[in-house]
Design a protein around this ligand. Sequence first.
Ligand code: C2E
Ligand code: CA
Ligand code: CA
Length: 605
Amino acid sequence: MGGTVATTDASPVDRRSLEDALRASENRFRAAFVDAGIGMALVDRDDLIIEANPALAEMLGHTVPELIRRHIHELMDVEERPRRVYRELVRGERDRVRLEKRLRHRQGHAVWTNITVSLIRDSSGEPLYTLAMVEDVSEARRLGDRLHYQAMHDPLTQLPNRSLFFERLAGAFAEADQRIGLCYLDLDGFQAVNDTLGHHVGDELLVAVARRLEQRFAARGHLVARMGGDEFAVLVPRSAGSEELTALAAEVVEILGAPYDLSGQRVAATASVGVVERPVPGTTPTELVKDADSTLCWAKTDGRSRWALYDPERIAHQMTRQVLATTMRPALERGEFLLEYQPLVDLGDGTLRGVEALVRWRHPDFGRLAPDRFIQIAEETGAIVPLGRWVLETACVQARSWLDRFPDAQLFVSVNLAARQFWDSDMVADVAEILGSTRLPARLLQLELTESAVMGPAGRPVEALHALAAMGVRIAIDDFGTGYSNLAYLSRLPVHVLKLAGSFLEGFREPRPHAGPRPDPSTTVGAGTSPGAHVNGSAPRGAADEKIVAALVGLSHVLGLTVTAEGVESAAQAERLRATGCDTAQGWHFGRAVSAEEIDRMLRA
Ligand code: C2E
Ligand code: CA
Ligand code: CA
């Protein structure tokens, strides 16, 4: 190993002692080389090994002599042959390089190594040898592989997890001209299995589900992944079309619906599947998964143990709902709501007695929205409370203004209330305050509630009704005939008016030869209640004939209730209702819901 210690300063020292010193140094080097814990090799400029130490020999399953004069390529896997940096080193352009190389063990398996190669120059500075120090990192690498595997797989089922799913999904999206399909599924009532049979049975069920999915679909080259909890996904990276995916989804429902034998117990389970299938261009991985997840929710709401295919219209509808739900409160502050008033007419003499306040939303994007589009959402989100308060106050202000300008008319205003307003706010206090501030006499305010709003568990609404009636406010039951129609129960409540639903009065309509859905001349989006959707004169189920209505009206009068007929569309109808004894009426025949100014004009006339 002469060259390595070629320090050549020929100083006037005793030549013998210099040689001694050199020999001692070389021995030290040799000892360090031989005994080193890491592999070492000295390689000449032709890539032949000149010296190797026992650690390297052992690492590669050889003896030291077997390694001598071997070409380094023989110890490496093909794609691991020396690269540019090593060549630069050998040419003397660098002094040291660090490489990660996969060497080959004599028995054929790979040995992962980190190699540091240093250039050794001769006395004139010319490259002479390279010294390679080789560290076996296979163990660490195996650990790393294991950690990587663990990071990408679900420990319970050993299926690819969410991370690996998204990695593969990204890979599938790289193939720009393909179609892609995804079945997103979860077990119906999995929580119940956990709760009743215990978590270990729940876990066994998940494993069994994983095996069924894997056996059936992984073999076809689809990716089966556990997305978390009881959610799984089957990804079809090159789908042939939505038929392939819906067939697959049907298979999922079928194979997961067969009973399971878990720890000696027979367990029944079913799955619901959301299916999305579309061309890769124009969609993103996140969109695909989000849509599959929403579609899964439909499968659930449609009754479980079934699949549903993504439907853009349904999504759009859902999104609109979402948008409406979140923008309703700010919209109220921005003044996007308005009221229209529909005449309530005395059937005896045709005079205008009152008006029903009906809310509309002048939406900046969707145009004019009818209450059917947003009242239910408002009830779900609770926005009905501030909205309902606004309606009540606005209607009372308006009624007071009519009273001031047309005192003879004694026009009352009828305001719709939702059940939630009774539960989530103090209706009695609100009404009292608004009547106080608007100075509207209580008798000119009527509140409309549906039967279901007052029929629920007795309590708040019923108490509130008594308090409101005691103030002198009139209570009307809206849409009577569509719900429980429990007149005996209602008669025990402080109710003053029954509003017979238009659909209930279908039997009062004359046969209309060309009937069909009639065009609504108003521009309001979303049809309102449509008692007029009536075909060929045959009354729909639930409609009452004249005799029943007559009996009901008679009974109501005995109980001290007045009766209002809704949805009156023709003079003949109005006449028959009058003959039956109905007190007031409302409907297109008498007038549609119109602006307050329009009501002004009627009052002036
Ligand atoms: P509703 O209380 O039964 O109101 C009557 C609905 O029938 C109104 O629809 C009205 O325009 C419509 N209508 C009136 N006459 C006729 C007719 O002759 N033929 C037909 N086919 N329809 C007629 P609108 O304005 O779309 O209101 C729908 C529902 O929205 C109302 O039904 C009511 O339940 C609810 N609503 C409206 N405003 C409010 C409100 O301020 N608060 C609450 N909680 N609900 C409201
Ligand atoms: Ca009403
Ligand atoms: Ca009604």
